[in-house]
Design a protein. Sequence first.
Length: 418
Amino acid sequence: MKVLVVGSGGREHALCWKIASSKQVSRIFCAPGNPGTAALGENVPVDAADLDGLLDFALENNIDLTVVGPEQPLVDGLADRFREKGLPVFGPSKTGAILEGSKVFAKEFMFRHKIPTAASNTFGSRENALRFLASENAEFPVVVKADGLAAGKGVLICGDRVSAESAIETVMGKRAFGEAGDRVVLEEFLSGVEASIHIITDGKSYVLLPTAKDHKKIFDGETGPNTGGMGAVSPAPGMDASLLSRIESEIIRPFIRGLNEDGIEFRGTVFFGLMLTEKGPFVLEFNVRFGDPESQVIFPRIESDIVPVLVSAAAGKLSGKLTLKTDTAVTVVGASAGYPGSYSKGFPVDILSDFPDSAILFHAGTRIENGKLVTAGGRVLSVTGMGENRQYARKAAYDGISRVRFDGMTYRKDIAKV
Ligand code: AMP
Ligand code: GLY
């Protein structure tokens, strides 16, 4: 089988790593990929946003399965275009991808199908949003969410009215996220512990993937600005069989029923961003793709071959089970100085000779320049360690990342410490 993975981050390296271990796979391509995916297969110089280029490549090379990493190409209709040409693709069509592409749609879907989520109001104009904030119905803190995709920056948590007004100004006045800010959701603030729950589905049934938790803030102790994720752990701390079964009955099964009632076709993964509150699990957001860096802890914990599950989901006939490892996995992200703000690139990356065999290094923002590995992004790489419990897994991950060097490298010291 020939498999094409679309994307270039740590998630895509982890996907290629898992897919490459399948006996069914003879060749693996990654578009555009990174130096990590190049070591597992062949990188293809086609950008993830270039739908025509991806389609041409898949047709010319008789690709048997395409697995899409990022959300944007799905929201733009990659899966629809591939399926029109009879190409199997793991990833939802546009009508499914809108569950991530529009927060307004996602909230309406949750209210309609009684999936627990924070109370919210939607506004299509700046004036109406400001009027609501000035009214006695407004409660603080409030969460301001741009409707559309905003590269993970469209959610602003506002402690008081003044900061909420300024968030509305940013999103709807200055239009910091362009048309993603045509509408906003003002949402009740929930407190609790977050968890990332992934399923693979064909829209009718589902397979649960290992649970995970990511660490979103740049600094130790969950402080500083939000990032794409500075590390992750699987299983999610505090997740036990009874909580997971509650999540399945209150969230996952109503979600699948909702897809069917609304006639939404969905062949791919759903990543439920949850807040575990005192009142139970609530959905903060749907993602229609695997999490990053969650993938770097989820895939290493899957014992069985994932390819038959991906293939059957892509065909709309999900079958197969996944056996999971009992080990815990921890991944720690090494980032460029300045990230998530502005940062410099092009620093040589050294992986010391005593980098432990048991740790797994996943590339993200790296590139080969004049034959040398250099930094090329904010999140440069991550190192995953496994162990029989969280302490051992942490130690393995930190033993690994401490043997990677580049100018200005930063990483959190408290990933999975809890
Ligand atoms: P989202 O893109 O909706 O997952 O939001 C990004 C992050 O903002 C989440 O991972 C949470 O940390 C936070 N967040 C989103 N919605 C809420 C909420 N209603 N209450 C508290 N925190 C939230
Ligand atoms: N780590 C969170 C995400 O992938 O959205």
